[in-house]
Design a protein around this ligand. Structure first.
Ligand SMILES: Nc1ncnc2c1ncn2[C@@H]1O[C@H](COP(=O)(O)OP(=O)(O)OP(=O)(O)O)[C@@H](O)[C@H]1O
Length: 281
C-alpha cells in the first residue's frame, strides 16, 4: 500500500457498526483473486472502492456479504458487529445478509422479481426477516419509498418493476435493501447503468441515507468521477489488493501510487473533487 496512513483509527477503537477487513484473501479454484485486502468501512461514511475491471472490487463486496463462488476459499478477517464473518456458519451469515448487511447492484431489476408488485417485493422481505404483520409491512414499505423519494408511494406499491424508469427502479431496490434497517450497504456500481441525468440524484440519495441513518456504505465503482462526488474515503484496488487508501480529496488531488495517478490521468480533463458537483445536499 502507499505510504498514506489509513483515514480512521483501526483495531480496537473501530466502531462495531462498521466493517473492518484485514488481510482478506479469496481464491477461486486455486487462483488468487483477493490477495490480502485491508479496508475500514466506518458508519456514517461512504467508503469508495475504485480500480480497474477485474481488480477485485466486486469480490470484496461479495465476500463481506458472505457470497462467493462454491469452489472458493476465503482467509483473513472481516469484523462486523463484534463478530468474525470469515468462517461464520452459512445459516448465520444468511441471517445477517439482507437484515444487517445489504447490497445493491448495477442493474436494479436483477434484485427485483418482474412478476411481483413493488408492495410484494418490499413486504415479503420485511415479513421474512422481521415477522411483522401485513399492514405493518405495508406501512413500512410506504415509509421506505418516501425515504428514497419515489413519488406517490401508495400508487408505486401497486405497480410492477417494468413500469418504472431505471433511476426509479434503483431507488426502489435501495428501499428493498433498507427494509430491515441494515447497518452496512454495499452499492456495486449503482449508477453505471443509469442515464447520466439521473445518476447525480441517486448518488445524492446514497449520501443523504449515509448521513441520516449512519450507514456504513461501500461504493464500488470504476468511475473516479462518481467517487469524487460522493465518497469520504477512497481505496484503490489493483490485482486483488488495496494499493492506496485515504481521504477522497487527498487521494484524488495528491495520489501517491503510480496506478492511482494513471487512473486519475484517465479521467476526462483530470477532474478532481472541486471540478465535480458534490452529491452532498
Ligand atoms: N465466479 C467466478 N469464478 C472465477 N473467477 C471469477 C468469478 N467471479 C469473478 N472472477 C474473477 O475475479 C477477479 C475479480 O473480479 P471482480 O468482479 O471482483 O472485479 P471488479 O474489480 O469488480 O471488476 P468489474 O469492474 O469488471 O466488475 C476477476 O479476474 C474475475 O475474472
Amino acid at each position: 500500500m502507499s505510504q498514506r496512513s489509513a483515514p480512521e483509527p483501526a483495531g480496537g477503537t473501530f466502531s462495531p457498526d462498521g466493517v473492518l477487513v484485514s488481510g482478506l484473501t479469496l481464491s477461486i479454484g486455486g487462483t488468487m483473486i483477493l490477495d490480502g485486502v485491508d479496508l475500514e468501512v466506518p458508519p456514517g461514511q461512504v467508503t469508495g472502492l475504485a480500480g480497474e475491471s477485474g481488480s477485485g472490487k466486486t469480490m470484496t463486496g461479495m465476500a463481506i456479504c458472505g457470497l462467493q463462488p462454491h469452489n472458493s476459499a476465503v482467509g483473513g478477517s472481516i469484523r462486523f458487529a463484534g463478530r468474525e464473518l470469515v468462517g461464520m456458519a452459512e445459516r448465520e451469515i444468511n441471517r445477517l445478509r439482507g437484515a444487517e448487511i445489504a447490497m445493491i447492484f448495477q442493474d436494479p431489476s436483477a434484485g427485483l422479481h418482474p412478476m411481483i408488485s413493488i408492495q410484494g417485493q418490499l413486504t415479503d422481505h420485511l415479513r421474512y426477516h422481521r415477522g411483522v404483520s401485513r399492514s405493518q409491512a405495508r406501512e413500512r414499505a410506504i415509509e421506505l419509498l418516501e425515504q428514497v423519494r419515489v413519488p406517490d408511494p401508495a400508487g408505486a406499491l401497486k405497480r410492477y418493476p417494468h413500469q418504472f424508469s431505471g433511476g426509479q427502479l434503483q431507488r426502489i431496490s435501495i428501499a428493498a435493501a433498507l427494509a430491515c434497517g441494515p447497518k452496512v450497504l454495499i452499492a456495486d456500481e449503482p449508477t453505471t447503468a443509469l442515464d447520466v441525468t439521473v445518476q447525480a440524484g441517486v448518488l445524492r440519495l446514497l449520501r443523504d441515507l449515509c448521513d441520516d441513518l449512519g450507514l456504513a456504505i461501500i461504493l464500488v465503482t470504476h468511475d473516479l468521477g462518481v467517487m469524487s462526488a460522493v465518497a469520504d474515503t477512497v481505496a484503490v484496488m489493483r490485482n486483488g489488493k488495496v494499493v492506496e487508501n485515504g481521504r477522497r480529496y487527498d487521494v484524488i488531488r495528491n495520489p501517491q501510487h503510480p496506478y492511482t495517478k494513471a487512473l486519475i490521468e484517465a479521467l476526462p480533463d483530470h477532474q478532481g473533487p472541486s471540478d465535480h458537483k458534490e452529491a452532498r445536499s
